[in-house]
Design a protein around this ligand. Structure first.
Ligand code: ADP
Ligand code: ZN
Length: 676
């Protein structure tokens, strides 16, 4: 018997090994094996078996004897045919080696001879359980819009056919209820569902509602699980003991048998995209997995990505809308505060301060958003203009007051702020701009009797710290929550009547064609946290660009208006959804070799290119140095994936054959979400 093995190495090929007769009984696709590989022993994955050598592969073996595997690691297969097919597809599509893709898909499953449930009892749901009555369980009735959406989804589930539904529901319109009803439908048919969420820690309320509804029939998968917890959840899913798996992007590979439904909540979120190694987008893989399993897909969002909305316009997806908030509560009016007209800049304007004070004295809650943690984004010498930068990354160091440190937010670099300017020896260093730490300090001074909590990466380093911060808001032990993007989504707190966006411009001027879309999305999402209860809400947006179309449309809650303006721009410049993009990132320790290799890569692309493909660059990436590596990039645009991918595959091959490029790494990002 011969086994086709994928090895988790940066190699395009898969390999053939012999299976010793005594192991033949244990062989099945999807198990791991230990094999001799070069001079090492490595773990590989069985992807196929055959009794004869496939003729098209025999040339690869040459005169060398075909080696035998050493042993088989698993008693049960770790993935079914669908997940294997999904990984094969993803390996082709994302130009990433199959063995490494499989390794990512199965990461977290330990290398043990037999997977056994850990002896210690694990209850990952504990933290999501609520006292009875705290969460209203099943609403008395669905709204007419919820009913209408569910009717379509139910039809698709009944048929057992692949179909993608974009549930475009404004904030507070009851999307989660639709997800839960749809899961109930698939559970009735004896099938399972997967619900993908952008981040577990910031979506506790959605998970709590699922746990309250489905109780023990829920599994949760995320990166914060301990080893034992992960195995326990994995086994529970594999054995079909749950109706629904809730998890972050890697849960797209969860071993759900008989998949009936996949929900991708906040489908526009960038956290579905893995930004290193296997750069897959879990939303797109989820759709592919559903297609392979003949399952239904619900993409939910108040601010759908341009790509997904475009697919509803072309008829590829079906759009279902929830245009109203529950109980017909109005969306909060948005007041724009024009920072250009202010004398002397203050991060908390008089308008915002008055609104905050009014809320505090009324016993209502407020949410403030600023997309930047730390005390101030940079220090500046008032004598010579010097600003300390990270030696490893091309960014300035952020000042953290409590820790008295200058920190890089991209690598681990951290120093004590110098007493004198390293350049001119002057002593007049000033902290410029504001981060969440500074806003908290300012607010404590301006409204001394307000109870203020802050949520950002600095205050949530410890396990469950998010939970405690949410709790203090839920229990009304805090008046004001200030935070980074962590606070912009998922929160359903009825007492929040004021949302303040401190600087809407912070995401607007990034050198990335999606910056307008991202700004529109976060403004709409954060606005959606206001006025969800009985009291009317309000939103205050402080900005230097009050006329920008993304800010204008967001302030009018006008998704279609924004969509139309943005698609014009995308169409004119040939960006997604009208064109496909692939980014080639070239990195290395030497500035010169990164540059020369990038130029060479472009030459290879040019000499192999077909019509219909545009190539931009090479140029230094906006972050031209990261973690000590210099970075250049090339952008490819094309109408279709296949010719783009085959061009890059060929270029990668030719490039790798040239010894001159040994010191540089090439990373390919298909459908990139970030061009920084
Ligand atoms: P979204 O996810 O669209 O922002 P949610 O699912 O969080 O909205 O719903 C907003 C609130 O309305 C939640 O507190 C939810 O429990 C409640 N809700 C949802 N559907 C109904 C319904 N049919 N009747 C009454 N309340 C509902
Ligand atoms: Zn750094």
């Amino acid at each position: 018997m011969f086994l086709h093995i994928a090895v988790p190495r940066p190699l395009e090929d898969t390999f053939i090994y012999r299976c010793p007769p005594e192991l033949e009984g244990q062989v099945s696709v999807g198990k791991r094996v230990i094999i001799p590989f070069g001079r090492q022993r490595v773990t590989g994955y069985i992807i196929d078996t055959s009794s004869v050598l496939p003729p098209n592969l025999s040339h690869k073996i040459g005169k060398k004897e075909i080696k035998s595997i050493d042993s088989i690691l698993d008693a049960v297969s770790l993935m079914d045919e669908t997940i294997l097919s999904l990984c094969r597809w993803a390996s082709e599509y994302y130009l990433f080696p199959l063995g490494m893709a499989l390794k990512t898909a199965l990461s977290g499953i330990p290398e043990e001879k037999e997977l056994k449930a850990p002896k210690k009892r694990h209850d990952v749901l504990e933290i999501f359980k609520e006292e009875p009555g705290r969460i209203s369980k099943v609403p008395a009735s669905l709204t007419a819009h919820q009913e209408a959406a569910l009717l379509k989804i139910r039809g698709s589930i009944e048929k057992g056919d692949f179909g993608v539904y974009l549930l475009h529901g404004i904030t507070g319109s009851g999307k989660t209820e639709v997800y839960m009803c749809a899961i109930e439908e698939v559970a009735k048919k004896g099938k399972g569902g997967i619900v993908l969420v952008p981040e577990i820690a910031i979506t506790p309320q959605l998970i709590k509602r699922f746990v309250a509804r489905f109780e023990e029939r829920v599994a949760v998968l995320h990166s914060g699980l301990s080893h034992g917890e992960r195995i326990a959840e994995w086994i529970k899913i594999r054995e079909g003991r749950v109706d629904v798996v809730i998890g972050v992007r890697a849960a797209v590979f969860a071993p759900v048998q008989n998949l009936g439904l996949v929900v991708i909540d906040e489908e526009h979120e960038h956290s579905y995209k893995q930004e290193d190694g296997f750069r897959y987008n879990a939303r797109d893989l989820a759709i592919m997995r559903a297609k392979l399993s003949k399952a239904t897909v619900i993409l939910g969002s108040a601010t759908p990505s341009l790509e997904s909305y475009y697919n509803t316009q072309t008829g590829k997806y079906l759009c279902l809308t929830l245009p109203e908030r529950i109980n017909k509560r109005p969306l909060p009016p948005v007041r724009i505060v024009d920072l250009r007209k202010k004398e002397g800049f203050s991060i908390i304007t008089a308008e915002l301060l008055d609104a905050l004070k009014a809320r505090v004295s009324n016993g209502e809650q407020s949410l403030l958003f600023l997309n930047r943690r730390g005390f101030s984004p940079f220090l500046l010498c008032l004598d010579c203009g010097h600003s300390p930068e990270c030696p490893n990354c091309s960014v300035s160091l952020t000042y953290h007051k409590k820790d008295n440190a200058l920190c890089c937010h991209y690598c681990d670099y951290k120093i004590t702020p110098p007493d004198a300017c390293p350049q001119c020896k002057g002593s007049r260093f000033k902290a410029f701009g504001a981060g969440t730490e500074r806003v908290e300090e300012e607010l404590k001074r301006l409204i001394p009797d307000a109870r203020i909590v802050r949520m950002d990466r600095d205050t949530t380093a410890r396990k469950h710290s998010h939970h405690h911060i949410f709790r203090s808001m839920e229990n009304r032990e805090a008046d004001i929550l200030i935070g980074t993007q962590m606070v912009t989504k998922g929160l359903d707190l009825p007492e929040i009547t004021l949302v303040g966006v401190l600087l809407a411009d912070s995401t607007l001027h990034l050198p990335d064609f999606r910056s307008a879309e991202r700004t529109f999305q976060f403004l709409t999402q954060v606005s959606g946290r206001s006025g969800r209860g009985d009291k009317t809400g309000e939103v205050i947006v402080q900005t230097f660009s009050p006329d920008h179309y993304s800010i204008r449309h967001a302030s009018m809650h006008d998704f279609t208006g924004f969509y139309e303006a943005e698609t014009c721009f995308r169409k004119a410049l040939g960006y997604p959804p009208y064109k496909r993009l692939v980014r080639v990132l070239i990195k290395g320790n030497s500035k010169e070799s990164v540059q020369s290799s990038s130029v060479k890569f472009r030459e290879i692309l040019d000499s192999n290119k077909k019509s219909g493909i545009d190539i931009l660059g090479p140029v230094p990436a906006p972050f031209s140095k990261m973690r000590g590596k210099y970075r250049w990039h090339i952008l490819l645009k094309g109408g279709e994936t296949r010719p783009l991918n085959s061009l890059i595959r060929r270029a990668l091959h030719l490039f790798a054959c040239d010894e001159a490029h040994k010191g540089v790494q090439v990373e390919v990002d298909v459908d990139p979400l970030s061009l920084l």
